[in-house]
Each structure stands twice: as C-alpha cells, then as structure tokens.
Design a protein around this ligand. Structure first.
Ligand SMILES: *Cc1c(COP(=O)(O)O)cnc(C)c1O
Length: 436
C-alpha cells in the first residue's frame, strides 16, 4: 500500500473497512453477536488483561462498531474513537475519564438545548458542575476556569442559533490552563471543519444527525486527537495513575496516545454500558459513505432557503452564518469555507402563535425533533426542544418564542421554497409570496 494520504471522500467510503476475512463480503458485515469465542484460556486472559487487542463482549468492542470508530477517527484526523448509544451518551463518556465529584467544566451557553439540560441538571447528580459562558467573548472561558475545571466544551457551529465560535482562541485558553478542549462537531461534521486542526483535543458527535444522515439510527461517538499529555499534571488521575482493577496498569503510560480511547472502552463502556448496537453502526457507516455529497447539497439548499427567507415579508430575521447579514459571516468564511451547514433559525412575524401555526401548515417539511436528515425538517424550539428551559435560557440559546428552526434536506429546492412560502402565508396572513 502506498503512503499517499487519501482524500476525505475516499476515507468516507474505505477507512476502517476491508473485505471480510471469513467470507470476502465487500460491505461491512453486521456482527450481530453479543460475544466472541476465545482461542484458549491464555488468549482469554490476555484479552481481559488488555495485553492483546480483540473482541470479548459487544458492550466493550464489536467488529462492526470498530469499523465505524476507525472511519470517524480517520475523517476527523484523530487517533482513535469510542462509539456510544447516543450523542448524549458520548458527552457523558467523553467527560468520564476526567471528572470526580466536585469537578467542573466550562461550557458554551450556546449549545444544543438537550446538552444544556444534561449538563445543567443531570451532571449535578454525579457531582459534576457545568459553568455556562457566552462564547462570543472567548475571554469568558478563561475567567470561569478554576483549579477544579477539567475541560472546556463548545460547539463551533452551534445548534440551532447559527453561532460560530472562535475555536482557535478558545483552544489557546484551554492549552494555557492545561485542560482539554472538547468540541461537539455534530452540526458541521468533519466535511465542513476539522476541529483538531484548530486545537480541539476531543471531538464528539451525535451520529444520529448528518453522519447517519437518513434519520434511521440514534448514536454517538467520541474521537480523541491523541495529542493531549495526560501525564503532564495530576489533574487526570484516571489516565495518569495506576488502575487497581487492571492490576495497577497506568493507561497513559501503557497505551500512550491511545490511552483515552482504550479507557473509553475498557472502563467507560464497560461501566456506563452505553454501547452502540452493531446494526446502528452499520446504518451509520452507510450514511457516512455519502457524507461529502450530502453536505455539499445540504449547504447549497440551506443558503438558497436563507436568502429566500431574508426577503420574505412574513420573516423578521434570519440567523444563518452563510448570509452576509450574519455577524458570524466572516468567521464562517474563514472556518467553514465549504458552507455554514444546513441547520439555522429565523424569526417569524407574529411570535409564538405564528411559529406554532407555521409548523402546523407545512406539507413537505416534517415537524419533528431531529436535524441532519435527507428530508427537510422544521421545529418551533420554544414549544418543543427548548420548552424545559427558562425564557432567559431560551433566548440565550437562540430559541426565543418567535424562533423557528429548519434543517434543510436534499429535496428539489423549488419544492422546499414553495412549501415554506405557502405555510408562511397561512402563519402570517397578508404576507404571502416573497417580496420581490
Ligand atoms: C442531537 C444532538 C446531541 C444529542 O445527540 P443524541 O444522539 O440525540 O443523543 C448533541 N449535540 C448536538 C449538537 C445535537 O444536535
């Protein structure tokens, strides 16, 4: 095999996969099995001691899931990855090696609403404390760091507000503090940006969205850059101190730049149990094969819709970083030159009631709580995904009462625009047809 570095489209189809050694099957088989037979007692012992790689039990590792892990690690330019049952499971698993009761993370307050709930409420039950800051001013992260802070958590392209974070500045702050930067790259995908090239140490995905791409499978993944030095301080004892349950093995010394990924399987998945099913991994691999083509069309359709809405009489504002009117436009062009994604928000004139009317009036768009499907999707966050947040939190997260979120799919653009135009005419009477 030549040393030539393969391109993104090639890796999307081939990374991690080779013809099945047992049958020659070209597509990755679904290894729908809980367990794997040991060669003999010594083989079993060395697997359990983490002395040789191999498969024991699918809560820890599985061959189909392993292909997904290798593929996403390759696409992100990471060293290794751990797939999980969902994006939210990935967020717990990603932090699990760092956090003890009383420890803190500093997180952007412009995250997916479900993440704000998870971090703001359920993390407290583990004794983990999330401190939220406005990411528009990177210094806010620095000011919030204390001796107990173990990580910074951001989305570069945030769901749903169209906010783009100055990742390089935040990465520099994390580096100075000696803590890892975690980036949820669900909205941008590695097609639009490689967070590791901008200083991220760990990249997280809800594979439920663009990676699986067809709205079939809940899943998540944690990718490690392999670049963070866990031994440099005593902040990360799970990785830098002997693990009693593995005969005093020290993950960072024994496994080097794979320590975090091996810990993710050998302790994280072993004890949290949030493993991805082989069938979901298979469907997600199928989706990833066409990631580049889909993202290209997602972004082109989204830009056309944003431009159409910006001129529409029933629309108060559009927040899409691909538009010149966005305050994030220059940063979008610099960080995401291939496009600003396909999820964005706009304000419908008439507020909460017009938003509800709009989602009830669309026909092609599906009213549901997902993004990143081939189908165009619509939701009114303040009556659905963000309804558990206070109004102040809703506004901070870009999900106030008049906000409508779109995830633009791959349908013919004329059909997408016609459906929105008609539904806007019902939601905000007197304003049908886009202004010329
Ligand atoms: C959907 C989503 C999550 C949560 O992922 P699930 O797969 O639904 O658990 C996390 N972050 C972002 C940005 C998301 O869009």
């Amino acid at each position: 095999m030549t040393e030539r570095k393969r391109g993104f489209d090639t890796l999307s189809i081939h990374a991690g996969a080779s013809p099945d050694p047992a049958t020659g099957a070209r597509q990755t088989p679904i290894y729908q099995t809980t367990s794997f037979v040991f060669d003999d007692v010594d083989h079993a012992a060395s697997l359990f001691n983490l002395q040789v790689p191999g498969f024991i039990y699918s809560r820890l590792t599985n061959p189909t899931v392993a292909v997904l892990e290798e593929r996403v690690a390759a696409l992100e330019g990471g060293r290794g990855a751990t797939a999980t049952a969902s994006g939210h499971a990935a967020q717990i698993l990603a932090l699990f090696p760092f956090m003890q009761p009383g420890d803190e993370i500093v997180a952007s307050n412009k995250l997916y609403g479900g993440s704000i709930n998870q971090m703001g409420h359920s993390y407290k039950k583990f004794g983990w404390n999330a401190v939220f800051v406005d990411p528009d001013e990177p210094k806010n992260f620095e000011r919030a760091i204390t001796p107990k802070t173990k990580a910074i958590f951001i989305e570069i392209l945030a769901n749903p507000g169209g906010v783009i974070v100055d990742v390089d500045a935040v990465a520099a702050i994390a580096k100075r503090a000696g803590i890892p930067l975690l980036v949820d790259n669900t909205m941008a995908t590695p097609y639009l940006i490689h967070p590791i090239e901008h200083g991220a140490d760990i990249v997280i995905h809800s594979t439920t969205k663009f990676l699986s791409g067809n709205g079939t499978s809940i899943g998540g993944i944690v990718v490690d850059s392999g670049k963070f030095d866990w031994l440099k301080s005593d902040k990360f004892p799970s990785l830098s101190k002997p693990a009693p349950e593995y005969h005093g093995l020290t993950f960072a010394e024994t496994f080097g730049d794979l320590a975090y990924t091996i810990y993710g399987h050998a302790v994280g998945l072993r004890d949290l149990g949030a493993s991805q099913s082989p069938f979901n991994a298979f469907l997600t691999l199928l989706g990833i094969e066409t990631l580049a083509l889909r993202m290209e069309r997602h972004c082109a359709n989204a830009l056309a819709v944003a431009q159409f809405l910006e001129k529409h009489k029933a629309v108060a504002w559009v927040s899409y970083a691909g538009l010149a009117s966005s305050k994030y436009h220059a940063r979008a062009k610099a960080l995401l030159p291939k496009g600003a994604g396909s999820v964005f928000t706009f304000g419908v004139k008439g507020g909460y009631s017009a938003g509800v009317k709009l989602v009830e009036s669309v026909e092609l768009f599906s009213h549901l709580a997902n993004v990143g499907d081939t189908r165009s999707l619509i939701i009114h966050p303040s009556s659905t995904t963000h309804r558990q947040l206070t109004e102040a939190q809703q506004i901070a997260a870009g999900a106030g009462p008049d906000v409508v979120r779109l995830s633009i799919g791959l349908e013919s653009i004329d059909d997408i625009l016609a459906d929105l135009d008609r539904a806007l005419g019902v939601a905000a009477p007197g304003s049908a047809r886009a202004a010329e």
